[in-house]
Design a protein around this ligand. Structure first.
Ligand code: BGC
Length: 448
């Protein structure tokens, strides 16, 4: 295959994980329950009833995991802080042992020469806040800012790069609209306040981080080009509607200080939950925009009377898929980065690919080696897609692979393996896959 073009000097290479998916130790050191503990305990919600009680046991094995990052040659590591470890009820005084864990993790990363990039919310809301309405309750935004301040107060002397939220679209859509993720609500379009309150939380947390001296703050969204099923006007309009909901609803307020027009969703006029001054808070300047990319989305006009939404999703034909069934279309990453660049112009901060990766369940061979060539192909193609976007004018500063470790893949439990490192969930043994070595070599080549 053709060589991978060199990314600009200073480009940051790394990996990403999230707390609930890897830490385990859910009852230790004063951690409170999260919405995901409740969801996993509810029969039928997670495939085969898997729970994250142990997950990768990263809480106890973080030193081994940091050693893997050092061996990889990673510049940066994106992890998330579990709010219920820091504030078991989501409010009030901090739980010292919980914060101490992240303190140790940050020190270990810095010792290994790896830049810590914590995300403050990756979906594990304290259950006590959910009991008061979760992200449908405006007060959760204020609680989030107070929690952000507490974490920054403890780690801000060493952490420079902060991410407020992970994928507020997915959290709203899967958690509040469709019920496929915690907290499991099926409110459809009535889930929209969960979008606004997360974004308000992002704005308020950004202010709190700035007050604590944070030099670099980002928000991470998921992005997926919306591809019309056909060239018809109806399909093109449907794709535009999907793009409004997935991308613009979570990007326009942050970068432009305004919500997109939601008339097509039957929501004409001002949104009742948006209060005076909210948009000013939400558009607080950020230093980078995190882009999580997995695949594009094919969109078609709905059959009349079948859905309250102005679009339906369709399958791509004749494309390779991962073991999750997700289409492998690297050009979608170039497209996403270039569309953001064109559509937001001077309002767009530098872009960071904060997640990109694939699920392949490659088992160890008899010699113990994991020959995950499909993941190598996926990663090489997507790094090239980033390079192509940069060549065409996108300002991209970093690329983080999802994920360092095989981990708890939400409603799929342990069935989807996204790791560069294989985890045996019976013994918790870590084995770097061939893709780990390839990524290490790629990082080394880029530095040469
Ligand atoms: C999430 C991760 C998740 C990954 C693969 C992203 O939407 O941020 O937590 O594991 O996709 O599904």
């Amino acid at each position: 295959m053709a060589a991978i073009p060199r990314l600009p000097e200073g480009f940051v290479w790394g990996t990403a994980t999230s707390a609930f998916q890897i830490e385990g130790a859910v009852d230790e050191d004063g951690r409170g329950p999260s919405v995901w503990d409740a969801f996993t305990a509810t029969p039928g919600k997670v495939r085969d009833g898997h729970t994250a009680a142990t997950a990768c046991d990263h809480y106890h094995r973080y030193e081994e995991d940091v050693a893997l990052l050092r061996r990889l040659g990673a510049d940066a590591y994106r992890f998330s802080v579990a709010w219920p470890r820091v504030q078991p009820d989501g409010t009030g005084p901090v739980n010292e042992p919980g914060l101490a864990f992240y303190d140790r993790l940050v020190d270990a990363l810095l010792d290994a020469g790896v830049t810590p990039m914590p995300t403050l919310f990756h979906w594990d809301l304290p259950q006590a806040l959910e009991d008061r309405g979760g992200w449908l309750d405006r007060d959760t935004a204020h609680r989030f800012a107070a929690y952000a301040a507490a974490v920054a107060d403890r780690l801000g002397d060493r952490v420079r790069h902060w991410i407020t939220l992970n994928e507020p679209f997915e959290h709203m859509a899967l958690g509040y609209a469709l019920g496929q993720h915690a907290p499991g609500h099926t409110y459809l379009l009535d889930a929209l306040p969960a979008a606004h309150h997360q974004l308000l939380g992002h704005g308020l947390a950004t202010a709190a981080l700035r007050a604590a001296g944070a030099p670099h703050v980002m928000l991470t969204n998921s992005y997926t080009p919306a591809i019309p099923y056909s060239g018809s006007k109806a399909d093109t309009e449907a794709a535009r509607a999907y793009d409004t909901l997935h991308r613009r609803l979570f990007t326009d307020p942050v970068l432009l200080g305004a919500y997109p027009d939601l008339d097509g969703f039957g929501l004409a006029g001002p949104l009742p939950f948006v209060k005076d001054g909210d948009l000013d808070r939400i558009k607080a300047p950020i230093d980078g925009l995190g882009v999580n990319y997995y695949n594009p989305t094919r969109v078609t006009a709905p059959e009349p009377g079948t859905t309250p939404l102005p679009f339906e999703l369709a399958e791509f034909e004749h494309v390779n898929t991962t073991d999750f069934g997700w289409p492998v279309i690297p050009s979608g990453l170039t497209q996403t980065l270039l569309e953001l660049t064109a559509d937001y112009g001077p309002a767009l901060p530098p872009l960071w690919v904060t997640e990109n990766g694939c699920s392949y369940d490659t088992a160890p061979d008899a010699d113990g080696r994991i020959r995950d060539q499909a993941r190598i192909d996926y990663l090489e193609a997507h790094v090239k897609a980033v390079a192509a976007a940069v060549e065409q004018g996108a300002d991209v500063r970093g690329y983080l692979v999802w994920s360092l470790l095989d981990n708890f893949e939400w409603a799929e439990g342990y069935h989807q393996r996204f790791g560069l490192v294989h985890v045996d969930f019976a013994t918790l043994e870590r084995t770097p896959k061939d893709s780990f070595d390839r990524y290490a070599a790629l990082i080394a080549e880029q530095r040469r």
